[in-house]
Design a protein around this ligand. Sequence first.
Ligand code: FEH
Ligand code: ZN
Ligand code: ZN
Length: 355
Amino acid sequence: MSTGATRAVRLTRWGGPPILTETARPVPRGEEVLIEVEAAGLCRSDLHVIDAGPGALPYRLPFTLGHEVAGRVAQRGPSAVGPAVGERVVVHGPWGCGSCARCGTGAENYCDRRTALDADRVGTGAGLGRDGGMADAMLVPSGRVLVPVGDLAAEQAAPLSDAGLTAYHSVAMIRPALGEDEGVVVIGVGGLGHLAVQILRATTSARVLAVDVREEALALADACGAHFGTLLRPDTAAALRSRTGGAGAVAVLDFVGSRSSLELAVDVLRPGGELVVVGSGGGELTVRKPGALPPGTRISLPFWGTRPELEAVVSLARDGVLTVGVEPFGLSQATEAVARLREGRVRGRAVLTPD
Ligand code: FEH
Ligand code: ZN
Ligand code: ZN
């Protein structure tokens, strides 16, 4: 890569398309670290950012997209900490204040100062109001957000930092509730759902029941170790209940978050179950007593994941028990990748590599 310039997929106008352009190669100062990008995943949240109108997000334009990034440490600022130059890493994408109680434990996804940071429009993190990794190189604010990946392939490593981490964090929400062979329903076996199936099989003794609207997604769920898979139909709730001994699912991971997926979740949850709403599909749920939700239901709305959880996800992948279904694109094909994701024509996770 040239030493003076770096290509980057940048958002320059609210509601406008991202454009591939050249910017000056960043130089790390203080604690900052420069990463030579090897791969950057494309996420549905990128579509929400691209489609956002003026004022919808607490971000300043322009910035480079890409919040799911793997690469190599290229240069460290004079007071940098963490991985050495040459080490291969993934980027923990949610960048908090770095000094509050939550950030101190690596839970920058739930930074105590997020409201103040948003008011200052400093962005949520990599590719989310701050320059991200759909580029040849990117700066991170500190080595604290870098997790070593060893010799893991970049196309496998990058999706772990968002899709994998979010799926792992979602499973962590319900893990304490899971007993032997208890039914967990995974709704939506796409970029995150297929990883959640693998993580459930690798880290719990749950009976994994997958639901999707596409036959190929059920085939992917089966390949990832789901015990059962079914298309979304009028009788899906009954089919799922019959595989939980009739009591209903101890937990539902909804990676879609639509009206129909939330309705199915309510129909299959057992009393005292766990509903984890991960997808932003525009669905709504009324929480009322008495109401449609079974008594004792606990609802969580996870966002991304913590740095320690990212270390655990990388470890699972390096142990060979977590494999990402990837559709590769060159950085120069970013516009095509965005269009294909928008049309639902990406198998697994779209990952861009500098071409
Ligand atoms: C990023 C920004 C805003 C909402 C959700 C997300 C997720 O893609 C992060 O995993
Ligand atoms: Zn994302
Ligand atoms: Zn903080």
